[in-house]
Write a protein that binds this ligand. Structure first.
Ligand SMILES: [Zn+2]
Length: 77
């Protein structure tokens, strides 16, 4: 399954505020499909709705993106 588009994987969460649904990219993992990075339990403040929620490690989702981290990307863990 080789494609011309390389995927970049992130740990991500979707904001828990009802109706917000902003995706937060927490940590850049890389382009490989074998990850050594483990999710963590983490508290995230959403800049869109202003709410802070706690996300358990098992609630973090792998998010494949077509783009590498933007300049200034600050991983949360
Ligand atoms: Zn939000």
């Amino acid at each position: 399954m080789m494609g011309s588009t390389m995927l970049h994987y992130y740990w991500s969460v979707i904001c828990k505020t009802k109706g917000c649904g902003t995706r937060h990219l927490l940590s850049y993992i890389g382009t490989n499909s074998t990850f050594t990075s483990k999710p963590v339990t983490i508290q995230i403040q959403c800049l869109d709705c202003g709410q802070t929620h706690l996300y358990l490690d098992r609630e973090l989702k792998l998010y494949p993106s077509g783009s590498p981290p933007v300049e200034g990307f600050e991983p949360k863990f």
